[in-house]
Ligand binder design. Structure first.
Ligand SMILES: C[S@@+](CC[C@H](N)C(=O)[O-])C[C@H]1O[C@@H](n2cnc3c(N)ncnc32)[C@H](O)[C@@H]1O
Length: 216
């Protein structure tokens, strides 16, 4: 009998994708567009400490690196982090540190951040409320959370064999974000991924949500 249960995309899956990740022009453009929207929505500065959670190969944070202070590049995939480390070395970057971290199982880092960014990772995290609370606790007072992810979709983005969130309803995510203690959740559409199949093309909008931890 074949197993039809949907499965999660684990670290081994992303390890296998890491070396080719940056060859995808859609991933590149998505990172650039999200970075641009963050730049326009959050006053960035060189003293700002940042966490990129689920950083992958760093397609979101590399475009922002010269506008931020220390950036912790966190991912559960060692393969993704090896690519990040290679890019850091090749470009002589001095403010990025890769770290293997899964906040669902590992203790959170001791440090606190002025900015947390996360791109296309929230839908892989089963317990949204839990990770929002962890993000809240990792932010300094006045700090900003930036989440980029899919708007609610019909499950066709990954297909029925993959166990992930089918994007997010903005109002619901905004409520959950407020319950986690983060204020002023704002949403904007920053990118659209178009997938072409035999049955036609389908658009998947990507939002950026920004929200703040109350100031000191
Ligand atoms: C779709 S990729 C996005 C990568 C990158 N942020 C980008 O926009 O190109 C999702 C990333 O989240 C990471 N990830 C998934 N679950 C995670 C978890 N629980 N903790 C840390 N990273 C996780 C994966 O390893 C992968 O690198």
């Amino acid at each position: 009998m074949t197993n039809t249960q949907p499965t999660k995309l684990d670290a081994a899956h992303f390890d296998g994708k890491a070396l080719q990740w940056d060859e995808n022009p859609v991933f590149q453009e998505r990172g650039q567009k999200i970075a641009q929207a963050i730049r326009q929505s959050v006053p960035l500065h060189r003293q700002m400490s940042a966490l990129d959670y689920g950083c992958g190969t760093g397609l979101l944070s590399f475009p922002l690196k010269d506008e931020l202070g220390a950036i912790l590049m966190a991912d559960s995939s060692g393969g993704m982090l090896e690519v990040v480390a290679g890019k850091i070395a090749a470009q002589g970057v001095d403010n990025m540190t890769p770290v293997k971290l899964d906040l669902l199982v590992d203790p959170p880092p001791a440090q606190r951040f002025d900015l947390i960014v996360t791109s296309m990772t929230l839908h892989h995290v089963p317990d949204t409320d839990h990770i929002l609370r962890v993000f809240h606790d990792l932010l300094n007072p006045g700090g900003t959370l930036c989440i980029a992810d899919l708007d609610q979709e019909d499950g066709s983005f990954h297909g029925p064999e993959v166990d992930v969130h089918h994007g997010f309803d903005r109002a619901d995510l905004g409520r959950r974000t407020a319950q986690a203690g983060l204020a002023d959740a704002r949403f904007q559409t920053v990118f659209t991924i178009t997938k072409t199949r035999e049955t036609g093309t389908q658009d998947y909008p990507v939002f950026l949500m920004t929200a703040q931890r109350a100031g000191a």
